[in-house]
Ligand binder design. Structure first.
Ligand code: SF4
Length: 694
């Protein structure tokens, strides 16, 4: 135990890791941060935290932090440190030159779910108003974009319907494609507490996650389906609900589109959607599916929590809609203890999406072709806006390879490591004439950049994050930015240099603009956030204190919409060369590609990525626990150590994606969600064979 003495003062701020959004007291001695203490009044964490938020902040002062802007004419040249003025002027002149040469649509930007609401709002404003197009996208493209599509279509807005506290009123908890005890630890503990009190548990996941069997908690049903069969499984659950008379008809008649429901009920009732019919490819006994459906429909308040195991599939959006269908049919949306809840991976995925980071939507999920909404922005921003949706990240890369997209401004995102098909991303970046990366460290994407603008950590800025329960919370500056500027100030400098003026003195002014332009944020400002601690959107005149549970009086879209969810098998097939299916996830002590956790001094952060393989498959290949193995797919190969375990079923292997050395994304495929292009990270046909190591 290190005696750090008494802190001199403290600042309350919000964790920058996962979407739980724990708040902390950053305890300071002078200008030095000495300790992060979970804040007892934090509405999302109630004084709890996990190891990442509490201990993994050392990266802020890591020696690899870049604090001086750098430019280079070609990516084969060495970097040259320059002043901020020179870096901003150079970037602006390059973007102007490229737009004059190749047209307005030849440039774009990417916002970051790691940055604040105010910063993402400003990047999309720069693109729409400064660049004059809608070529803005966000890293949510590769995680929860299907949530955006699926929940907007069925319920009318893209957000979890419950607050975390209402898990205390759940009688049945269904976890689909998520691993809350590792991915969302503080909420995972909360969930476990409710389960110990007697709530029933259904887990739908190819892998036996901790919640399935952990001290004092045992799932009633673990439907260990084959990766890629979510839609078939959820439609089979719906089949049981409809054919066994378990529909909450009065709820559906009152709250939902009745005609759409009838079409849907007839569809799911077809025999080919029965648990027995799909058992051959889901590999889950029909009797288990029937029992789980009965428990979900009749067990009281039923709450669904889902993660990337739902969204990162070629049918990710369809799966989200299948979840929504099931919840509406049983009356489990819009009341305490029941609902549909995407567990957001990054701290501000919800916020980045809310702020208008998608190429087709302005803040508050209003389509760019919506004249009324667009005119509101045009009047405030004093410029004409494009009514056509812009390019998504994968389309920007396609267009770059085709020679039509030439420059990109990337704030806080390492697309080379986190996006699928590394070769294609590399080709796209290499084809551009100006790649601008704004980040803390020289990440993999920066290897292909022409301008590097040093970014700032969450400890060095004011702003807000919005967590997975739509809770807007303050981020407060704890220390001065090592690089000299918060990220929003850098975007503002760039915009001014480009000739589109921005003159914010403080992020609170950006939030005031968000509130003026976004109906769901109408009552949000820093004074109210400071007084209340947090607010859950929608914050409107009808709900001035915010909205813990959504859709209580009716769905945002009016009547809830049932959507037919036909199962279509992924094009990624196993065969003699690649006979196993790989799926991926996270561990508690690491975070995404590890840029922060690996740069924090503590041995726990250096756990390596392991490949979980069933004893039967391991034996067949002569692989023993701890051996190095080669993991190969049609896309590429990597080497990592094997962990022989029956957590995965025969035929399925599993790994995490936290280390650049093992780079799980080099083996993942080019397939993506039909509606949103979210990559199909969760299903890859692979072969595993003995190896001598990387
Ligand atoms: Fe941070 Fe998430 Fe851990 Fe809370 S649970 S401390 S938000 S990483």
């Amino acid at each position: 135990v290190i005696d750090i003495g008494q802190p001199e003062h403290s600042v309350v701020t919000t964790c920058a890791y996962c979407g739980v959004g724990c708040t902390f007291k950053a305890e300071m001695r002078g200008e030095e941060l000495v300790r992060m203490v979970p804040w007892k009044d934090g509405k999302a964490n109630h004084g709890h935290s996990c190891v990442k938020g509490r201990f993994a902040w050392g990266y802020a002062n890591h020696r690899e932090r870049i604090t001086q802007p750098m430019i280079r004419a070609s990516t084969s040249d060495p970097w040259r440190e320059v002043s901020w003025q020179e870096a901003i002027d150079y970037t602006a002149s390059e973007f102007r030159r490229i737009q004059q040469t190749y047209g307005r649509g030849s440039v774009g930007g990417i916002t970051s779910s790691r940055c604040t609401n105010e910063e993402t709002f400003l990047v999309q404003k720069l693109v729409r108003a400064g660049f004059g197009n809608n070529n803005v996208d966000t890293c949510a493209r590769v995680c929860h974009s299907p949530t955006g599509y699926g929940l907007k279509t069925t319920f009318g807005t893209s957000a979890g319907t419950q607050d975390f506290d209402s898990v205390d009123h759940a009688d049945v908890i269904m976890v689909i494609g998520a691993n809350p005890t590792d991915g969302h630890p503080v909420f995972g503990s909360r969930m476990k507490k409710r389960l110990r009190q007697g709530a029933r548990l259904i887990v739908i996941d190819p892998r036996r996650i901790d919640l399935v069997r952990t001290p004092h908690v045992e799932a009633d049903h673990h439907l260990a389906l084959q990766p890629g069969t979510n839609v078939a499984m959820l439609t089979a659950l719906a089949h049981v609900v409809v054919t066994e008379g378990l529909v909450n008809e009065s709820y559906v008649r009152e709250r939902c589109d009745w005609d759409a429901f009838q079409d849907w009920a007839a569809f799911v009732a077809q025999e080919n959607h029965s648990p027995e019919a799909v058992e051959a490819f889901t590999r889950v006994p029909a009797s288990d599916v029937r029992a789980a459906a009965r428990l979900y429909a009749t067990g009281g308040n039923a709450a669904i929590y889902y993660g990337l195991g739902v969204t990162e599939h070629s049918q990710g959006s369809t799966t989200v809609m299948a979840i929504a269908n099931l919840a509406m049919a049983t009356g489990n949306v819009g009341k305490l203890g029941a609902g549909v809840n995407p567990l957001r991976g990054q701290n501000n995925v919800q916020g980045a999406c809310d702020m208008g980071s998608f190429p087709h939507e302005l803040s508050g999920y209003r389509h760019v072709s919506d004249d009324t909404a667009r005119q509101l922005f045009e009047a405030m921003w004093k410029t004409e806006l494009d009514s056509e949706p812009g390019l998504r990240i994968p389309n920007m890369l396609d267009e770059a390879v085709a020679g039509r997209f030439k420059a990109i401004y990337i704030q806080g995102e390492d697309i080379l490591q986190s996006d699928p098909n590394t070769r294609h991303v590399t080709a796209g970046l290499e084809a551009m004439e100006c790649v601008v990366v704004q980040d803390l460290f020289l990440n993999e994407t920066a290897m292909h950049a022409h301008v590097f603008l040093p970014g700032s950590t969450f400890l060095e800025k004011d702003g807000t994050f919005t967590n997975a329960e739509r809770r807007i919370q303050r981020v407060r500056r704890v220390m001065a930015p090592l690089n000299g500027y918060a990220d929003w100030e850098i975007t503002q400098m760039l915009s001014n240099a480009l000739g589109y003026p921005m003159h914010y003195e403080h992020p609170s002014e950006i939030m005031d603009e968000v509130a003026a332009l976004t109906p769901t944020f109408a009552g949000v400002n820093y004074a109210r956030l400071d007084a209340a601690g947090s607010l859950q959107w929608p914050v409107t005149t009808a709900a001035p204190e915010g909205t813990p549970t959504m859709h209580m009086e009716g769905f945002v879209r009016g009547k809830g919409l049932f959507v037919l969810t036909e199962y279509v098998a992924t094009d990624e097939k196993t065969g003699p060369r690649y006979p196993l299916l790989l799926t991926t996830g996270r561990i508690l002590s690491q975070y995404n590609v590890g840029a922060q956790t690996r740069r924090t001094a503590n041995v726990v952060w250096h756990e390596e990525d392991l490949l979980e393989i069933h004893p039967h498959d391991a034996e067949e290949r002569g692989v023993k626990d701890g051996d190095f193995v080669k993991l190969a797919s049609r896309a590429g190969e990597t080497a990592l150590r094997a962990k022989v375990t029956d957590r995965v079923a025969p035929g399925v292997v599993y790994t995490t994606f936290h280390h650049p050395l093992t780079q799980a994304n080099v083996v993942t495929t080019e397939y993506s969600d039909w509606a949103t292009n979210c990559p199909e990270y969760k299903v890859t046909a692979v072969q595993v064979s003995p190896s001598n190591g990387p």
